[in-house]
Design a protein around this ligand. Structure first.
Ligand SMILES: NC(=O)c1ccc[n+]([C@@H]2O[C@H](COP(=O)([O-])OP(=O)(O)OC[C@H]3O[C@@H](n4cnc5c(N)ncnc54)[C@H](OP(=O)(O)O)[C@@H]3O)[C@@H](O)[C@H]2O)c1
Length: 261
């Protein structure tokens, strides 16, 4: 299937590794130009250097820390040097685990400024051009925790639900302008983030990381963690022309882990 992405430019946040990088790679493989953003210029450069030469020439970098108040403006200015942004992939680092009863409101506010505020600023600014051009795609990487809250990740469950509420509302407003807005819900995809969370669970329980991983995989109907390639393929499809009638959706990439319909 031709996803019609050859003349499109995507801005992907959190793109130096994991789900963001896999999404960027899938978009590049479909012929899109992609601007990658994350904090570390070194990790971004390494990610670009590892691409096939024919993809590398369509790949640009816009390093910034989303915790900085001026990051959205700097990322947008850098991305627009590579052309109008047709596709925005919102993605951030995840918050640390902990019990809700010992989470402070300040912890939530700090993460809000990294995970929500810059995402809203980028989305609100970039959707303007998409509407003018009558085509756009906004994808937000959230978590299965917005449907089935994950124990020990209260800040993630709370803040990603905020993004879902905003994106669903935006989807209704901009649908007449050819702009779709969808949220991806990864369950357990094998990345540095899942390794960190499994290591934290192992420390809490006094068991080995391997045991935690096995136990966790056994709770997933598919019986395993997903791969970043499986995730990137779904994201690329939603970014493509053929997905023009999919909007306002929460799309699960979870091997069946969420038990509700
Ligand atoms: N993997 C899963 O199964 C899963 C499941 C549910 C939810 N999620 C969530 O989905 C998101 C991506 O997951 P992942 O597994 O790919 O995570 P990851 O491997 O930790 O990657 C996070 C990306 O975000 C960037 N980043 C982190 N903090 C940033 C900041 N302050 N400003 C700008 N960029 C920042 C990182 O690069 P730098 O460090 O260079 O900035 C990296 O590129 C995370 O929020 C994660 O919690 C993942």
């Amino acid at each position: 299937m031709d996803l019609g992405l050859a003349d499109k430019h995507a801005l992907v946040l959190g793109a130096s590794q994991g789900l963001g990088l896999a999404t960027a790679r899938a978009l590049l493989a479909e012929g899109a130009c992609v601007t990658l953003s994350a904090r570390s210029p070194e990790r971004l450069s390494a990610a670009r250097d590892a691409l096939p030469a024919e993809h590398r020439i369509r790949c640009f970098l816009a390093p910034a820390d989303l915790a900085d108040a001026d990051a959205p403006r700097r990322i947008i200015d850098a991305a627009l040097l590579n052309g109008p942004v047709d596709i925005l992939v919102n993605n951030t680092g995840g918050p640390p685990p902990g019990l809700p009863s010992v989470t402070s409101a300040d912890d939530v506010a700090i993460q809000f400024d990294r995970m929500v505020k810059p995402v809203l600023a980028l989305t609100i600014e970039l959707v303007k051009g998409m509407r003018e051009r009558q085509w756009g795609r906004i994808l937000t990487i959230a978590s299965s925790g917005v449907v089935q809250p994950i124990p020990h990740l209260p800040v993630s469950n709370a803040l990603r639900s905020t993004l879902v509420g905003f994106m669903k509302t935006l989807a209704g407003e901009v649908a007449p302008d050819g702009v779709t807005v969808n949220v991806l819900l990864p369950g357990r995809i094998a990345t540095a983030r899942t390794e960190t969370l499994d290591a934290a669970a192992a420390q809490r329980s006094g068991r080995s990381v391997a045991d935690i991983g096995r136990e966790s995989a056994a709770t997933i109907p598919a019986g395993r963690y997903g791969t970043v390639e499986e995730f990137g393929a779904v994201a690329a499809f939603l970014a493509g022309v053929p997905a023009g009638y999919v909007t306002g959706s929460l799309v699960r990439v979870d091997g069946g882990a969420i038990r509700s319909v």
